[in-house]
Structure formats: structure tokens, C-alpha cells
Write a protein that binds this ligand. Structure first.
Ligand SMILES: [Zn+2]
Length: 194
């Protein structure tokens, strides 16, 4: 079993693949810089899991590195120009990739608001699960996610009890992680690892 720990914003147990899509978190004098965790789902092409390009690079990893080839799929023509990222991506079999140091601001939430505070990218860690709104997530994904959340709680205690879905902070635009994401199961697993 992989053990996840965080040092200087880097998750051990993850493969680091740098994304150019990040910037500095705004400074906050009165509160900690990182105060929440946002859960997303993504699959490229939509609802296809584990697909790779000609070089063997997972499409989602290519996307977060601005290397998605618009000629590989019609859908990619509509998104290949976007500059986005997440801190972490958890594949169906549980492999974890980190694209952005947690201490930096990844670009995953877009226009968003949590407890009256706008621009959630500023103060959250973004985690993408490989999936869609129509399929259950894998056991590996729940277990891995729960262990990582516990590691984040230890490194950034202000994130505790501030777990949110993308759909919670951008309800008009976003539906992920979707109806199939079992928040009760995740919370129970997190509690077991605490
Ligand atoms: Zn999302």
C-alpha cells in the first residue's frame, strides 16, 4: 500500500508531472493560504478511461500540460486551447499524478464561490478523479483519495471539514463529481485513516 505524505507542497506516493498552468496563491494576512479541498471528475474523451495519445501519454495528463492534440478526437478541438490544471489526478486503478505544488495555485475551479468567498482556486487544493457523472468510481480511487485527504489534513489543518465538490462551488456551470460520487463512503474512509 502506498503511503502518502506531503513535504514542501509535494505528495510522496504521486508521480510529479509539471503543468505550466499555475500561479502564486494570493497572500492572506488573516487566514491560512489553503483552507479547502475540491473534488472533480474528468475523462478524455468524455466517459472513456485510461486512453492515451500516440506517445503513450494519458489524455488527461496531456491536457494539463497543454499537450492535448486536437486531431486525436473531435471533442479535443473544443478544449485543447484551454489552460487548466489540478493539483492531483487519480486514475481508475489508483495511480496518482501531481501537476502543481500544493503551495501554488492550480487552475481547476474557474468562477466559483465557497462560504461567501469567491475564486476557490486561490485557497483550495483541486483533485481530479478519472470518471464521469454516470459511472461509479473505483474502490482504489476511494481508498487512495481518502488517504491523500488525510495527508492534506495533516499538512494543511485548515482544510479539515472543508471538502467540497466542484458542483458545490460552481452549481450553475458544473455537475462534477456527480451523483455517483459517494460522499458518505469517502467521509467514512477518511475518518478511518485519521
Ligand atoms: Zn470540475
Amino acid at each position: 500500500m502506498t503511503t502518502f505524505t506531503i513535504k514542501d507542497g509535494i505528495l510522496s506516493g504521486a508521480t510529479f508531472v509539471p503543468s505550466p498552468n499555475f500561479n502564486t496563491r494570493p497572500t492572506t494576512d488573516d487566514k491560512p493560504a489553503i483552507t479547502g479541498i475540491v473534488i472533480h471528475n474528468i475523462s478524455l474523451p468524455p466517459s472513456q478511461f485510461g486512453q492515451t495519445d500516440k506517445t503513450g501519454t494519458h489524455f488527461v495528463k496531456a491536457f494539463f500540460q497543454n499537450k492535448l492534440d486536437p486531431n486525436d478526437h473531435d471533442y479535443f478541438k473544443t478544449i485543447a486551447h484551454l489552460e487548466v490544471s489540478a493539483h492531483l489526478f487519480i486514475e481508475r486503478h489508483g495511480a496518482v499524478t501531481q501537476f502543481v505544488n500544493f503551495n501554488e495555485r492550480a487552475w481547476h475551479a474557474g468562477q466559483s464561490c465557497y462560504l461567501g468567498r469567491a475564486n476557490c482556486n486561490d485557497f483550495t487544493i483541486g483533485i481530479e478523479l478519472e470518471g464521469d457523472d454516470f459511472s461509479p468510481f473505483s474502490d482504489k480511487q476511494y481508498n487512495t483519495l481518502a488517504q491523500i485527504i488525510v495527508a492534506i489534513y495533516h499538512a494543511y489543518p485548515a482544510t479539515k471539514r472543508h471538502l467540497m465538490g466542484h458542483s458545490d462551488i460552481a452549481p450553475i456551470r458544473k455537475t462534477d463529481p456527480g451523483e455517483f460520487f459517494d460522499w458518505g463512503r469517502l467521509r467514512k474512509l477518511v475518518h478511518e485513516h485519521l
